[in-house]
Design a binder for this molecule. Sequence first.
Ligand code: PMV
Length: 329
Amino acid sequence: ICRAFGKYTVKAPTNIALIKYWGKSNEDINLPLNSSISLTVDIEQFFTQTTIELNDEKNQLILNNEPAEITGRISRVINMLKSLTKPENLEKKIKIESCNNFPTAAGMASSASGLAALTFGLAKAYKVNISMEELSGIARLGSGSASRSFFGGIVEWSAGDSHEKSIARQLYENSHWDELRLLVILTDLEKKKISSTNAMKLNRKMLLERANERVPIRIENLKKALEAKDFENLAKITMEESDDLHYVIEAANVKYLNAKSEEIKKLIHGFNSQGIRAAYTFDAGPNPFILTRKQDINDLVSHLLISLKLRSHNDLKLHGQLPNDPFLF
Ligand code: PMV
């Protein structure tokens, strides 16, 4: 954990997409091909902590305790917030110190929490008082998925056709469906070899078909399942969407899933053979996020431990989402 040396220290959570963002209609401002829906991960489990200091020295970024380059995506966020701050702040240099309490760039949505924390922290330092929805749009300029980390519970990022319209909003608070639980199994902590930004540029035709034909139906059905708290349909849509994403990715000769990811997919289908009680979903990485309900968590964990021949949940590195109460094994 990095030290909080400055006045403006913030923390932002990651989120896991149930309906994925994959492909852009505008690369300059990260407008997506389709709207997406996510579940915000408990902020105490996976988060980025960012400290911002305005000083007279030089612009500086320290990422996970190492000096890092201020990339184009970070500059876009900085420049947008600069355009909204008072002139006297513009003379100041920015020192950003940021760290994740989980593996960076291993398909664990580090860019989501990272860019959300950066946007939120800079807005505080620059005293830019705008709504969370508007901030979500600014974070989008850095990383699309970051727009969804500004709210808890279940969040929708509307694709929109302009900067102003492509923003996120909360669909439901955690309390809407507080039996939901999320587990993460860390199968590989390596950084991914091809970034999502680059992979999203491949196979445009397939990306458009997915975004225009299959995703809108899934969004509609997912919203119905969420409203009705229909776990079976939530699970089916979630797995179908994850499989569809990786089908499109693999058709472009990129592979994010590894042998353990495939094994865990099979284990979840096995667990569901008597009735659907769990769903996996993978972002651009091999680590599964598994959705289940509170009443099934012990069975699911036993099933995973026995099948994966592990001794304890520490080996699995399970993390629970804690909407209201501590997650107990
Ligand atoms: O926001 P980015 O550029 O890190 O892209 C995220 C893409 C996925 O994680 C695979 C899907 C999503 O909606 O989060």
